[in-house]
Design a protein around this ligand. Structure first.
Ligand code: IVH
Length: 729
């Protein structure tokens, strides 16, 4: 049916036919909108059709059926949920929490043993899926119409939550088989959306599979969950309600709790306001012979998808244990970027016949296993709230936690970011909190469990003096952070400033780590950056736990760091808002340190990517005599770099030349040599070929040097390179 004749139906369509037409069209467009996320008619047109159906139903109340699109919301609040006995029990699955490989390997080994396969027999075919972190639901369809939705309960008996489940737009009130098949024929471009599986490179595309007929009774099982963006929006709304003083409102701790709360909400009108989603992953009772509808689990999923149920696109057919290991690893990487929470992956034997042979142990099938990831959220208690001082004086409140294993590591600290965040979360000492660590992200306190708060726990306030040096800490208008005003008088800022200067991306002092810097600053051996270069072997060697050899290494590393580039030097100074990229632009634009130090704000604004805030910050930095003094003293200590001419007309003696670096150069670090070559217009490549112009070789140069000799490529040592940089050839 085209949309045109839908909006101006011919006169001879009777009201009954029109009703059927509206059902079909509204169901189909709801599917496009909620499941495929690809609406084809504007919302306003959908609303028009919906209103027309409502009007028709108002005229003919006896025509209202449970599968009518108007019946998603409605129904009265309940006192309790009716029990539902599951005809086919809702089993749980065995869980493996072992390492990446052993979880999958244990499972594969067990399956093969049960099936009495020998080592020589072919690998078993599995389906790997996501393990959604929501709650299991059983959807019962009779003659294609949703008649009941029930929770899992104890697996034997669940609760009737049909009214609430009807509000979930992604769950069909009526199975769409014929409509959807028609739609596909009419929409070849949408075919790509139906691609949902891969088996060893070959793509399974359910758009080409025929859509199976719907049996009289079929129970579709899957997970009701809440997307993370929907969860965040819901909590934001909840916070507004609390702020307006509405009674009985609360925020939710995570998407799973929010979803579970919505499904078990006695008032369906409230459930309807909680945005839920659904993924199908199996079936319960089916009025067909086993194996008649689908021979494999993948076919089952394909069929469900063809009937209009959402199936996750990450489903894969996989052969053998090693494939499962790869899947587990890949999903671990994609986990944080998914729009919803998962707590693991699930492996299932693909063949239904083999599933039947394997059967069950107690309440778990032998043909499926859940392979979990480390939980990303845990409960723990706050032992203290410290305030840390960063390089630029920023004060960060940090919760000290009772050690807890989360996201694969033991966490003892979690950032509270700043005053506003700390206040919003209202974390207090002694509180029980949820800590989250996702991927490599810094652990953070998600929320407090207020019901566990000890009486008279004091509200946290940001200190107005620096906890390290006692200088005033101020929060400027429009800023989120308090800053210590002590500058390099503050030992915390000093330590961070030195570490910043010594890091690999700045002047690089190898071996100068945080423990050593801490010792040096605390012992008052170093107060400013130039003090670093005044460190003698004796001073270093006299430090606690410092062996003579290590002291010697540091002295050498310091010596080596003196030869640097303008860009690295400027970056190393740690000017607020001046990162590596800005430092590079400054070096390129001005060419000389003095030109940068003296540049008025106007001319700083003329540099690529520098705006008013950065320009002001640079100017403020160099307007302070003590900062200029630091630069002078570093120069006096022998820190040097090539100075170039300003702007793009600086000579580029190495333009068009390709270099390969190999071995250890006597004074230049590898990064420094690369910077020098690049700033002179040359290119640095990783491997030697006929196109290489020069190989720069230091001590212990290996195969690259051999290759250069073989290909007749010119070989330079460090002095040779420096000479070229100065314009010699
Ligand atoms: S299959 C007989 N597949 O995990 C196998 N379960 O203990 C029945 N879950 O609460 C379950 N994602 O709700 C299966 N892709 C998935 C799943 C999944 C999440 C949940 C399920 C149940 C638990 C199994």
């Amino acid at each position: 049916m085209s949309t045109l004749d839908l909006f101006s139906p011919p006169d001879d369509v009777g009201p009954r036919d029109r009703l059927a037409q509206l059902h079909r069209e509204l169901h189909y467009n709801a599917h496009l909108y909620y499941v495929l996320d690809a609406p084809q008619i504007p919302d306003a047109q959908y609303d028009l059709l919906f209103k027309e159906l409502q009007a028709l139903e108002a005229e003919h109340p006896d025509w209202v059926t449970p599968d009518s699109p108007t019946q998603r919301v409605g129904g009265k609040a309940l006192d309790e949920f009716a029990p539902v006995r599951h005809v086919v029990p809702m089993l749980s699955i065995r869980t493996e929490t072992d390492t990446e490989s052993s979880g999958a390997e244990n499972f594969d080994a067990r399956v093969r043993r049960e099936l009495e396969l020998t080592e020589a027999s072919a690998p078993i075919e599995y389906v790997a899926e996501l393990k959604f972190d929501g709650l299991a639901i059983n959807l019962r369809y009779e003659r294609g119409v949703l008649v009941q939705a029930a929770t899992r309960g104890d697996g034997e008996t669940g609760e009737d939550v049909t009214q609430n489940i009807r509000t979930v737009g992604q769950i069909p009130l009526k199975i769409l088989a014929p409509t959807l098949a028609d739609a596909r024929a009419a929409l070849p471009l949408q075919g790509a959306r139906f691609v949902f599986g891969r088996s060893g490179g070959e793509t399974v595309d359910s758009s080409v599979a025929s859509v199976a007929e719907v049996p009289d009774v079929i129970e579709v099982r899957g997970e009701v969950y809440m997307r993370r963006d929907d969860f965040d929006a819901l909590n934001a709304r909840q916070r507004d309600r609390i702020a307006r003083g509405e009674k009985g409102e609360k925020t939710f701790v995570n998407p799973r709790n929010a979803a579970a709360g919505a499904v078990r909400q006695l008032d369906p009108a409230i459930a309807a306001q909680r945005p839920l989603s659904f993924f199908a992953y199996g079936v319960g009772e089916v009025s067909a012979r086993p194996g008649e509808l689908f021979a494999t689990h993948m076919e089952l999923l394909q069929t469900l998808k063809g009937w209009g149920f959402p199936v996750a696109e990450q489903v894969r057919v996989i052969s053998g244990a090693s494939g499962l290991v790869g899947y587990h690893r890949q999903i671990a990487q994609e986990r944080d970027a998914l729009p919803f929470d998962i707590d693991g992956v699930v492996y299932k034997v693909n063949s239904i016949a083999l599933q039947q042979r394997l059967g069950f142990v107690t309440r778990e099938p032998r043909w499926a296993v859940a392979h979990k990831y480390p939980a990303q959220e845990q409960l723990t208690t706050v032992l203290a709230i410290d305030v840390q001082v960063g390089r630029t004086g920023k004060l960060t409140p940090v919760a000290k936690l009772a050690p807890v294993f989360v996201g694969g590591v033991t966490v003892t600290n979690a950032t509270l970011h700043n005053e506003d965040e700390a206040r919003r979360k209202d974390v207090r000492i002694g509180d029980t909190v949820i800590v989250r660590r996702a991927g490599d992200v810094i652990p953070e306190v998600v929320s407090v469990l207020p019901e566990k708060r000890v009486a008279d726990a004091a509200i946290f306030t940001m200190p107005h003096i620096c906890p390290v040096c006692g200088s005033a800490a101020v929060r400027e208008e429009g800023e989120a952070d308090y800053r210590c005003t002590g500058g390099l008088f503050c030992s915390a800022q000093r330590k961070q400033a030195i570490l910043h200067f010594a890091q690999r991306r700045a002047v690089e002092v190898e071996g100068l780590g945080d423990k050593l810097v801490e010792q040096l600053v605390d012992a008052n051996v170093i107060r400013t950056l130039p003090d670093l270069y005044r460190l003698g072997l004796t001073a270093l060697a006299s430090l606690d736990r410092m062996a003579e050899k290590s002291a010697q290494n540091i002295v050498e590393a310091l010596e080596k760091s003196k030869q640097t580039t303008l860009q690295r030097f400027v970056y190393g100074l740690g000017i607020r808002h001046v990162g590596e990229a800005t430092a590079k632009e400054l070096a390129k634009h001005f060419g000389k340190m003095d030109a940068i130090m003296d540049a008025p704000e106007d001319s700083l604004l003329g540099v690529n990517d520098i705006g008013p805030i950065v320009a002001k910050s640079i100017r403020t930095f160099f307007d302070q005599a003590h900062n200029r003094e630091v630069v002078e003293q570093l120069r006096a200590c022998g820190v040097t770099w090539e100075e170039g001419a300003a702007g793009s007309d600086a000579p580029k003696p190495l333009a068009g030349k390709t270099f390969v670096l190999t071995g250890t150069l006597p004074t230049l670090g590898r990064d420094a040599a690369k910077d020098l070559i690049e700033s002179a217009g040359g290119k640095v490549s990783g491997s030697v070929s006929k196109k290489t112009n020069f190989v720069v070789a230091g001590t212990e140069a290996g195969s690259k040097l051999e290759k250069a000799v073989k290909l007749g490529v010119a070989v330079l040592d460090e002095p040779g390179l420096l000479e070229m940089l100065n314009g010699g050839t």
